[in-house]
Design a binder for this molecule. Sequence first.
Ligand code: XUL
Length: 524
Amino acid sequence: MSRLFLGLDSSTQSLTAVVIDLTSREIVYEDSVGFDETFPSYGTQNGVFPHQDPRVVHTPPLIWVEALDVLFEKMSDAGARLSEVLAVSGSGQQHGSVYLNDEAAKALEGLDPSRSLKENLEGVFSRQTSPVWMDSSTTRECSEICEELGGLGATAEATGSTTFERFTGPQIRKFFKTEPAAYEDTNHIALVSSFMASLMAGRIAPIDHGDGAGMNLMDIRTRRWHAGALEATAPGLEGRLPSLAESWTCIGPVSPYFAERYELNANAKALVWSGDNPNSVVGLGLIREGMVAISLGTSDTYFGTMKDCRFDPRGEGHVFVSPTGDYVTLICFKNGSLAREKVKDSFGLDWDGFSRALSTAPPGNDGKVMLPYFEPEIVPNVFEPGVRRIGLEEDDISGNCRAVVEAQMISMRIHAKWMGVSTTKIYATGGASGNRDILQVMADVQGCPVYRFETTNSAALGAALRAAHGYLLESGNEMPWDEVVSGFADPVSGSAINPAPDAREIYAELIRKYEACETEVTGA
Ligand code: XUL
């Protein structure tokens, strides 16, 4: 008998659904709604509002609300067997925050199925836009909070990361300082993940420990709100935050809205949501220490599982909580897919053309280097965007295509040293992981085999697996994580991409050169 679970992923540029059958170990449905093309009236580009200051990056939360209706409509039209779904969970882009007024709780509890979600919720926002993870406009607030908590090391020890511009605490502080009246009118502050979970459950949802760790507000050891961090961030903050919960917490049944409008099983359980990276940990089966994945999405992330809580002394990496209850270490590079795309577009290429150009240049690119800071970069911290080319002409097509990918892989290698993980395999995921030529550079630079997965939707798959795990736990039939992920989170057999025999020597040289260039530019 089928056992169906739904995982949703509200990412930067789209909302995705994955339905799995836990019995047959199959993905039975997969679909996405892209924000820019589906809702052109908002004027977003790549899911965010263009702004004259590149550090300010916001998205209208109503676009996520509308997308949920459109996606459910698509699922219902495509016969995704919603009436058989036993539980729903989800994944959200991390750090982004949603600000709700005193109408919100009532509106969520009474969602009227004869009206769209947008019509139901238009009046509930105390702030019409949400700062998202790409925002880097809170440098001052980061310093203020960090200083209050005793500096970089103390902040990382307390909250799992030192203060970062995109993290929710500094974003909330900026809102409180610049729009005090609107902050005053805010009754609830949600993450993207907990906001979307609130829609599904029809009530204000808790924040799970995985995504809570990306706020600079949660004590990473006790997994409770950190009193000092709350105080350093904004007055009266605790009363505006929901409770924190384990990632397998069941909030209740799904809102009747979805049952009545789309025939979703009215008894389906709504689980808490988590961040996209913690979800991907499960979607890729990274449940044992030492397993490492690289996700090539809008941002590129490098992450792995740890049993114990270790910190990055340079303050570049993060410690989050895994959906299994262990820890996840993560480094986030902002110039991921958007940087590759900028190079591709600058030469009028499609992705095949980009790949062909990349593979025409030799590994090591004859020593040509690009520092690809198309946007302000998170790691290393680069405040002013600007691409630097060393020994590389701007019109050199193959040189630039190879240089942007080599730069990304080398930067990961350099900045992941602190994790102290000896990497024997890497699992690749995210949109660009379907590109063999990019993965070859990954294997060559990282010096170990790279494995591909069938699905590039590891976050949505992880959410569906979390829904299954939470559902079984709630019904008294707990299944060990190994067993939950088995059959889903297996790399495509025969997909190993091995480093070329001479890669080690070539890249040892280029990594040294790249590191020197990076140090010169960033002054670090
Ligand atoms: C992680 C991060 C991004 C977002 C968007 O810290 O900022 O990976 O989660 O994907």
